[in-house]
Design a protein around this ligand. Structure first.
Ligand code: AMP
Ligand code: GLY
Length: 419
């Protein structure tokens, strides 16, 4: 099969790396790809949200299957467009991707189908939000309705912060149109856990759990980023706890989307908080997480192409996922300054000699050398029998890599996550 992957980060690199191992894939393309992906696939210079450009390329090049990894093209309906041209495409329709692209949609769905989540109110006017803000208990969470690169969430500890957050979204338009509607939510407490699951619209198969580290600095300090590292498993859940998450959250969500006429086929991401009252949904995403995918997929023993096809062909009930036993850790190496401004174009040393699997995020190849080309640059992966050993092994790899102004967290997998 001629397969095209959409996207350009570490997540897309690990997807290409896994697909390359499949006998079913004869030729692999990636749009737009990056320096590391270029070693596995033919990179095509079309941006991920160019729906028409990608569709044209897929038709002209007789692509058999397209895997859409990032949220923007999913929200723009790339999967619908490709399918309307008779091309098999992995990922939810734009209608199902609303669980990520509209928090108002996802919260309303959860409330109507009794899926546990934080209590919330939705506002379309700043004055209404401000008057509500004067009477609620603090801390409270303010969220932009639409896609805001993971940055549209503000946790307000006092009244002033809360009002500033509301104004930033409505009148200052800090998150553009994403902040036209704003949610104010109860602040939950507890360890966070990510569960990704494959679904074909009916059957849903959870993967091993994982945990991201969103803040830029050690000790969960600094700004929110796309994710600075991840571990699997994300928590030591008992069978009863796993069962509760499956029966109160995962299955009801897939059933609800089907009931709403927007069946979800693809990977669904459950961002959970394990509160004293049980697991609750913090957010849904309509795709693999980055860097969660880099921590999970190397442990997957199945042929990833077969799993993708089963999601699209509605035959996921015939698949059993198998993961390598033990644990894994991936550490993101970023450009100094990220998530704010940073320099690009520095030469990277040690990728091939560090002895670990390294997935590229923001890199490009120039005259046979890898140069930095983004905020998150690399993701160094290791697995082992225990989480501690996986962490040590990943950092061993990190120490073998160097580029100017590089920045990484030293405590991936080591922050408290007690249930
Ligand atoms: P989100 O973009 O929805 O994943 O939110 C980003 C981060 O904000 C989450 O990973 C949580 O750490 C935090 N957060 C979001 N909503 C809540 C909430 N209701 N209570 C506590 N923390 C939250
Ligand atoms: N790592 C969080 C995300 O991909 O949204």
């Amino acid at each position: 099969m001629r397969v095209l992957v959409i996207g350009s980060g570490g997540r897309e690199h690990v997807i290409c790396w896994k697909l390359k191992q499949s006998k079913r894939v004869t030729e692999l393309f990636c749009a737009p790809g990056n320096g590391g992906i270029a070693g596995l696939a033919t990179c095509v210079p079309i941006t991920a949200d160019d729906v028409e450009g990608i569709t044209r390329f897929a038709v002209e090049e007789n692509i058999d299957f397209v895997m859409v990894a990032p949220e923007n093209p999913l929200a723009l309906g790339l999967v619908d467009r490709l399918q309307s041209q008779g091309i098999r495409a992995f990922g939810p329709s734009a209608a199902a991707a609303r669980i990520e692209s509209s928090k108002a949609f996802s919260k309303d769905l959860m409330v109507r189908y009794n899926i546990p989540t934080a209590k919330y109110r939705l506002f379309e006017k700043e004055s209404d939000a401000l008057s509500y803000a004067s009477e609620i208990t603090l801390p409270a969470v303010v969220k932009a309705d639409g896609l805001a690169l993971g940055k549209g969430v503000i946790i307000a500890g006092d009244r002033m912060e809360l009002e500033d957050a509301i104004r930033a979204m409505f009148s200052e338009k800090k998150f553009g149109n994403a902040g036209d509607r704003v949610l104010i939510e109860e602040c939950l407490e507890g360890p966070e856990l990510t569960i990704l699951a494959f679904s074909d619209g009916d059957t849903v198969l959870p993967m091993i759990s994982s945990r991201d580290h969103k803040r830029a600095l050690d000790g969960d300090l600094g700004k929110n980023t796309g994710g600075m590292g991840a571990i699997t498993p994300g928590a030591d859940l008992t069978e009863a706890e796993e069962h509760r998450i499956l029966e109160t959250i995962i299955r009801p969500t897939i059933a609800a989307l089907k009931e709403e006429g927007a069946p979800f086929a693809g990977v669904i991401y459950f961002g959970l908080m394990l509160t004293r009252d049980g697991p609750k949904v913090i957010e849904y995403n309509a795709r693999f997480g980055d860097p969660e995918a880099q921590a999970i997929l190397p442990r997957l023993q199945n042929d990833l192409m077969e799993v993708f096809e089963a999601c699209v062909d509605h035959t996921l009930d015939r698949i059993k996922l198998v993961f390598k036993a033990g644990a894994s850790c991936c550490v993101v190496m970023a450009s100094g300054g990220y998530p704010d401004s940073y320099q690009k174009g520095y030469e990277i040393e040690g990728i091939e000699t560090c002895g670990k699997l390294v997935f590229h995020a923001g890199t490009r190849l120039s005259d046979g050398k890898y140069l930095t080309n983004g905020g998150r640059v690399l993701c160094v992966y290791a697995d082992a029998e225990t989480t501690e050993k996986a962490i040590d092994s990943a950092y061993e790899g990190v120490r073998g890599i160097w580029f100017r102004d590089m920045h990484y967290r030293n405590d991936i997998g080591q922050t408290e996550n007690k249930i």
